[in-house]
Design a protein around this ligand. Structure first.
Ligand SMILES: [Zn+2]
Length: 289
């Protein structure tokens, strides 16, 4: 069965939770499971390069019936081989590769050429979208709260503040109405001019970040994803109106459509000493209306 030669077209960046496509390819994977590739899908997969937002939950329906989609990962096709998830050795968008969403199912694979309806669990998607939007806002608020900790000019974020978040981030995990970001403050960040003494009072930093988050939520503002094309490998940016400013961050996930959908976004910070430096954990909670 030939492998697809064009990227999967993805509908989830626009907020879609249902899609109708065609089965292009099935591939057996470990555990008696099958990776199903469609021409188009509304199902958000775990991104190989930056696995912050989990896969959607939902179902795949063909003439042969409805079955749960157990997982979904991004994959790449090169030289007649499909590389899935962690086995994908290149970044999405690498020239000469085709990038696809692989829907993981159990049981007999659907027929190639069959029409396939994808239906995403809307409540779970909405909760992850709230968590992801809040995660970006919390990062921007943290950058503001730490702006005075820099002793020399540093690269800046999309609001023009020193980019602590992108310079120090180690891991980001998005959940339902929440996220956890882990930052490492070591020698390289200190060399860039970051003074770690400010982390002696994490509650004070959190209080400043929370003031900004509360003001942004109270003001409302459009949130969206900008993209040039519907292909999986096309560049996508999260955009958000924040009063008179607007933020723009590369992002592959899903989001709410306006800040007025939030009742509140708050962060809590903890700092621990680790070998060679300190580790800052930011836990973000988002309540929606
Ligand atoms: Zn994102």
């Amino acid at each position: 069965m030939p492998l697809p030669e064009t990227d999967t077209l993805i509908a989830y960046p626009d907020g879609a939770t249902t899609s109708t496509g065609t089965v292009l390819h099935n591939e057996s994977i470990d555990g008696g499971r099958t990776a199903v590739i469609l021409d188009t899908t509304a199902f958000h997969p775990v991104d190989t390069a930056w696995p912050d937002q989990p896969a959607d939950r939902g179902t795949l329906t063909t003439g042969a019936g409805t079955r749960p989609i157990l997982d979904a990962v991004t994959g790449g096709i090169h030289d007649g081989r499909l590389h899935l998830g962690a086995d994908l050795p290149v970044r999405t968008g690498t020239e000469g590769w085709t990038f696809v969403v692989a829907h993981i199912i159990e049981g007999s694979p659907p027929e190639v050429g069959a029409t396939a309806d994808v239906r995403v669990d809307e409540g779970y998607r909405a909760a992850l979208s709230a968590g992801h939007t809040a995660c970006h806002l919390a990062a921007l608020a943290l950058d503001i709260a730490l702006a005075d900790a820099w002793t020399k000019p540093a690269p800046t974020d999309s609001l023009g503040n020193p980019a602590f978040d992108s310079l120090a981030i180690q891991r980001s995990v998005i959940g339902e109405h929440r996220s956890t970001d882990i930052y490492r403050i070591g020698k390289s960040l200190r060399r860039k001019g970051f003074n770690p003494a400010v982390l002696d009072d994490p509650d004070a930093i959190a209080a400043t970040a929370n003031q900004h988050l509360a003001a942004w939520v109270a003001a409302g503002g459009k949130v969206g994803i900008e993209r040039d094309a519907p292909a999986l490998s096309a560049r996508r940016n999260w955009t958000c109106e924040l009063g008179l400013e607007s933020a723009r961050i590369p992002c592959g996930g899903t989001h709410l459509t306006n800040l007025d959908q939030f009742a509140s976004i708050t962060v809590a910070l903890t700092v621990v000493d680790v070998e060679g430096g300190r580790e800052l954990t930011m836990n973000t909670s988002a309540r929606t209306r």
